[in-house]
Unconditional design. Structure first.
Length: 257
């Protein structure tokens, strides 16, 4: 997905001196789509990070805008697929693999963190006057005045959705009402269903198991066998079950987390 910049004859002079940025492929591969599908089910969530640093698309110049984003894989994928045919810098901040909105709330997507990442990169040499374009949903955690003071750059907040970035750039950094609106309709809700199902899988299984138990003849031997052979139930649950006559105490507190 991301590859080291290789200096070549047709590259800009400032990129020939030092290949200090990496190119972002704007076309998603089959493996990218499969990886995204796995993440939607919560698979590999703890490893869904991109290496922080400076990247680019197309052939950006000294004045090309710098799109700032988090290092969560799905966030980077959503951004890069919208940058086909666009020359821009992309500064990826280490948020611990957390999306923009949540990272801004946690303080990992902040003015100081952005400035530190910028200073560690070679952006001041490659694009000394380029403006920083931040996601609108990061505004809750980024002090634009502080960031401008730390970097000496113009700070802009872009649209809510990555799909509006091409139009935002073409219009000279102007946002209309649609670019500022957050929508949470059926499509946005539907993508959250798989991971929610995975998170509640244990509870669903316990509910099914309880239904099976209640449907079978009740005897002490059977209850003991079930409780000691199911790792998801605590060793003392059969005592609770036997003494409480199928009360809600059947469910261990593990299911509530």
């Amino acid at each position: 997905m991301l590859q080291q910049v290789k200096a070549h004859r047709s590259a800009a002079p400032f990129m020939q001196r030092k290949p200090s940025a990496r190119k972002v492929e704007t076309r998603l591969r089959v493996s990218d789509h499969l990886g995204a599908l796995a993440l939607r089910f919560g698979i590999g969530r703890n490893n869904a990070t991109i290496q922080p640093g400076l990247y680019y698309t197309g052939n950006p110049g000294a004045g090309s805008p710098v799109l700032v984003t988090a290092n969560y894989r799905l966030t980077v994928d959503a951004l890069r697929r919208e940058l086909t045919g666009i020359s821009t810098w992309v500064l990826i901040i280490d948020t611990g693999g957390i999306n923009i909105w949540c990272a801004a709330g946690k303080g990992t997507f902040s003015a100081q963190n952005i400035a530190n990442t910028l200073n560690r990169s070679d952006l001041d040499r490659l694009a000394p006057s380029a403006p920083l374009v931040l996601p609108q949903l990061s505004a809750s955690g980024v002090d634009a005045n502080e960031l401008a003071s730390l970097t000496g750059r113009r700070i802009l907040f872009g649209p809510v959705y990555a799909r509006d970035i091409p139009r935002f750039l073409e219009s000279g950094f102007k946002k209309d009402t649609a670019m500022r609106a957050v929508r949470f309709a059926t499509p946005e809700r539907a993508v959250l269903v798989p991971v929610e199902l995975m998170h509640t899988a244990k509870l669903q299984f316990a509910t099914l198991l309880l239904s099976v138990i209640l449907a079978l003849p009740v005897n002490t031997v059977f209850l003991c066998a079930v409780c000691f052979t199911r790792p998801i139930l605590k060793a003392h649950c059969w005592w609770q079950l036997f003494s409480s006559r199928y009360s809600c105490r059947f469910f261990p507190d593990d299911f509530s987390r």
